[in-house]
Every structure is written in structure tokens, then in C-alpha cells.
Design a protein around this ligand. Structure first.
Ligand code: UD1
Ligand code: CA
Length: 455
């Protein structure tokens, strides 16, 4: 891969109107594998140009990118990719006095399947001409600009909506990505004129203005532009396929891969097994030999080696399950750290909790962590045994090796090596002779239906 270079500037165009999706929200903020499309493109841009990434945005996308290491340029009234790039160029010229001697790469915010290697291919091929365009040969060229090539030289790009039938027959398409010399951009951009058909400025018209334009080709699967909801669905599907392949490469085994939904950043380790129908939100790390059973949903958590989750568990942000731990069916955890060999196997809610090693949490245990104002912690030290149906009214600290009797409501901290019980004492009171309950039973017995098996 081409290393990061200070001579590279990257511009991402992400201010379009999303009109083909009929959206008010910008399409570049739609998630693919758990993150906005434009953020995937940004991530790749940062691998090549750390502090020189410029993104042309709508006001909405500008807000969404607050805090990212990018220069944003707001394009309030989108008038085509050429117009968007011209705004970026103005900003680059004020920020970077050496821009004329640098390479500028243009990427689009609606290409979620882009891979870092594509930029290396482009850079490797962009040494001989002021302008190099990345081409592809997709199975269906509809909607893409066509590259008109003569004697291996790129003459122009014709937009799909402006193409003649003969031009539409060309299968070499424009990915939307190009690389140009800074001084060429400076000279050529002011010469762009609006399309007589759409009134937009096309960045692709730069090809006509270059003394020499070349092209290279990359895998079409990486350059799908997402313009419609159907294409969004196809991009998600393709991304899931790619991530599942990566999971297998990392040593995981997905029993039913087509029912495992992954996030762009899910981390697998050797020996991980994922049963059918599991969803991974962002920020999940699975260490070696972890098993995730069916129906579980995980996000922002770390499951340490040899631990297991599910079936039907919901593991929320801030959960760390220690080695050999088990979280079982219908258990929800949030901001809960479990030591090694600890378990909560049935029907529990464990939130804002710090749990030691070898802690056993019975069925139906609830940490009441929220009093309507703030969150409170439950701390269970090593070796604690929690009987079923226990309610912890946090904040609570249970000392080492203590036992909590089943059915307890724990409102005070518990000393180590003690048994804490807060059950209401059970009483046995004989029923009165005229009790409705007894009468009903007696009446029922005298009216045993015919055909009863006891007869
Ligand atoms: C563009 C290319 C086409 C190429 C295709 C690849 C042009 C004129 N056409 O077409 O040759 O085959 O991508 O997917 O470049 N944008 C702005 N401001 C604008 C207009 C667009 O920031 O005023 C942004 C959009 O948010 C989007 C990107 O530019 O992320 C591309 O715009 P879009 O309208 O999707 O271009 P296509 O018609 O797909
Ligand atoms: Ca597009």
C-alpha cells in the first residue's frame, strides 16, 4: 500500500441532494455496515492524507462530521460535482500555499465499497499525466459516466444522461475517482461551463481541458455509487459479504454466514464460533475461542477468550465479559465488567456493574441502577453467589464470597463471607371453613365431568 504522503490532498464530494432517494436526509449519512457511507470513504482518505482531507458537505453533513480531522466546505446550493470541487479548491488555495505542486485525489461520498488499495492503484498510474481517471467495467453501466478512449488516450467522459446510444454501448465507466496535479486544477476549474442539459458543472469535463488525460482500471465491485435505495441495499449486502469473508480470514467460523450481520469494525479471533442469526453493532471485539449463540445482539463490548454469549442475549455498550464467562438467555448487560469465570445465565439485567471473578448470578437478577436522576454502581466482589430473583438497589457493594439468598431485595452493602437475606418471612395460616377457594375446590370435585380419565 502506498504510504501516507504529505504531497497528497484528498477532496471528498458529499454535498449532493440525494434526490434519487427522495430523501430529506443526505444519503452519504446512511449507514453501511454500521457507519455512515461518507465516514468509510473518510477513513480511507486518512490513510493517504492525514491533515489534508477536504470534504464538500451540506450543512447537515457538516454537523455530522464535527470533531473529525477534516476541512469541511459547505455547499449550500449544489450545482454539480464541478461546482463542489471548485469550492474545495478555493479553500485548499487559502490553506495550502504549496498545493500547485501536489496531487489532488477526488473521491465521492457515495461509494461505500471503496478499498485502500484502489487509491494505491490510482497513484501508481498517475505519474505521466496531469489528470488520471479511475475506470471500471461493471456488468451494468447504467447511470455511470462513460470513458471515451482513442488510441489508449482518454478523450472525454460523457455522462450517462447526456450519452448517445453509441456512447451508451461503451462498457468502460467512470468510477467518479480521479487524480490531478494541483496546478492543472487551478488552471482548468475556472474554465468549466454548465451542461446545457442539466445546468450543472461536471467535474468530468476536466478531461477535455487536460493536455493529456490517462485512465487506469480497478475492480468494479469497489466503486458502486449509491444513488437509490435499491443500490443502498445492494451495497450493504456486498459489504456484509466482504466482512464475513474477513471474519473467516481472522479465524472465526460463522455457521450460517448469511444470517450473521457484521459491523465495519467487528474484530474476530481464531476459534470464535458464531451460531445463526446474530447481529453485531459497532465496536465489538471477540477474543479467541468465544462462542456466540443464536439470537444475540452485541455492540461496543469485549468478550474475552473462551467466554460465551446467548442464545438471545443483548450485550450493550461498555460490557466486558472476562475469560470463560457465560452470559445466557434473555440477559441484558450494559456498562458491566465481569471478571473471569463469572456467569449470569438466565433472565437478568446487569447494568452499571463491576463484577469480580467466579461470581454466579442466578436467574432473574436485576441491578436497579437508575433512580430517575443518575446511574449508580453495583459491585460484586470475587466469589459472590447471587440467588435467583435478587434485586440490587444500587449503589451496592457485596464483599468477597458473600451469598445473597434468593428473592432478596438488597438495599445495603453486604460484608464479605456473610449470607444476606431480605425475604419476607413465610407464614402458614389455615384457610377458613367458608373460604371461597375451598368451596370452589369442593364443588369442582363433586362435579367431575363424565369421561374423566380417573373414572
Ligand atoms: C458521478 C459522475 C459519473 C460517475 C459516477 C460514479 C460527475 C458529473 N458524474 O455521477 O461520471 O460515473 O459519479 O458513481 O461527476 N455532489 C456534491 N455536490 C454537487 C453534486 C454532487 O457534493 O453539487 C456529491 C454527491 O453528494 C455525491 C458525489 O458528489 O457523493 C457524486 O454525485 P452524484 O450526483 O451521485 O453523481 P453521479 O450522477 O452518480
Ligand atoms: Ca453517485
Amino acid at each position: 500500500m502506498n504510504p501516507f504522503s504529505k504531497d497528497i490532498i484528498i477532496v471528498i464530494l458529499a454535498a449532493g441532494k440525494s434526490s434519487r432517494m427522495g430523501l430529506k436526509t443526505s444519503k452519504v449519512l446512511f449507514p453501511v455496515a454500521g457507519r455512515p457511507m461518507v465516514c468509510g470513504v473518510l477513513d480511507i482518505a486518512h490513510k493517504y492524507a492525514k491533515n489534508a482531507v477536504y470534504v464538500v458537505v451540506s450543512p447537515e453533513v457538516d454537523r455530522a462530521l464535527a470533531g473529525e480531522n477534516v476541512h469541511t466546505i459547505v455547499q449550500k446550493d449544489p450545482r454539480g460535482t464541478g461546482h463542489a470541487f471548485a469550492l474545495a479548491l478555493d479553500e485548499i488555495m487559502t490553506k495550502d500555499p504549496e498545493m500547485a505542486s501536489k496531487k489532488i485525489i477526488v473521491l465521492l461520498g457515495d461509494m461505500p465499497l471503496l478499498a485502500p488499495s484502489d487509491l494505491s492503484t490510482l497513484l501508481d498510474n498517475s505519474q505521466d499525466a496531469p489528470l488520471t481517471v479511475m475506470g471500471m467495467r461493471p456488468p451494468c453501466a447504467d447511470g455511470y459516466g462513460r470513458l471515451c478512449v482513442q488510441n489508449d488516450r482518454l478523450m472525454r467522459i460523457v455522462e450517462s444522461k447526456d450519452a448517445t446510444d453509441a456512447e451508451k454501448a461503451i462498457d468502460l465507466c467512470h468510477t467518479g475517482i480521479m487524480c490531478m496535479d494541483g496546478d492543472f486544477a487551478q488552471k482548468a476549474i475556472p474554465q468549466l461551463v454548465p451542461s446545457p442539459i442539466t445546468g450543472e458543472l461536471y467535474l468530468t469535463d476536466l478531461v477535455r481541458l487536460a493536455s493529456r488525460a490517462t485512465y487506469c482500471q480497478g475492480p468494479w465491485e469497489h466503486f458502486m455509487g449509491v444513488n437509490t435505495r435499491q443500490e443502498l441495499m445492494q451495497a450493504e449486502r456486498a459489504m456484509q459479504e466482504r466482512l464475513r469473508g474477513k471474519a473467516f480470514d481472522q479465524g472465526a467460523y460463522l455457521i450460517s454466514p448469511e444470517t450473521t450481520f457484521l459491523s465495519y469494525d467487528t474484530v474476530f479471533s481464531p476459534g470464535v464460533v458464531v451460531h445463526p442469526m446474530v447481529c453485531f453493532g459497532p465496536g465489538v471485539v471477540l477474543e479467541s475461542d468465544v462462542t456466540i449463540y443464536s439470537g444475540s445482539v452485541l455492540e461496543h463490548c469485549c468478550i474475552q477468550h473462551d467466554a460465551s454469549i446467548g442464545p438471545f442475549a443483548r450485550i450493550r455498550a461498555g460490557t466486558v465479559l472476562g475469560p470463560f464467562g457465560q452470559i445466557g438467555n434473555f440477559v441484558e448487560t450494559k456498562n458491566a465488567i465481569f471478571g473471569q469465570y463469572s456467569q449470569a445465565k438466565h433472565l437478568s439485567y446487569i447494568g452499571d456493574a463491576d463484577i469480580g471473578d467466579h461470581v454466579n448470578i442466578g436467574a432473574g437478577v436485576i441491578t436497579c441502577n437508575y433512580d430517575g436522576h443518575s446511574k449508580k454502581m453495583t459491585r460484586l466482589d470475587d466469589g459472590v453467589f447471587v440467588g435467583s430473583q435478587t434485586t440490587f438497589i444500587a449503589p451496592i457493594h457485596v464483599g468477597k464470597n458473600a451469598t445473597i439468598g434468593a428473592g432478596s431485595i438488597i438495599t445495603k452493602s453486604v460484608e464479605p463471607e456473610t449470607l444476606a437475606l431480605s425475604r419476607v418471612e413465610q407464614k402458614s395460616i389455615p384457610l377458613r371453613a367458608h373460604s371461597k377457594h375451598l368451596n370452589r375446590i369442593k364443588k369442582g370435585a363433586s362435579e367431575t365431568p363424565v369421561g374423566n380419565l380417573d373414572e
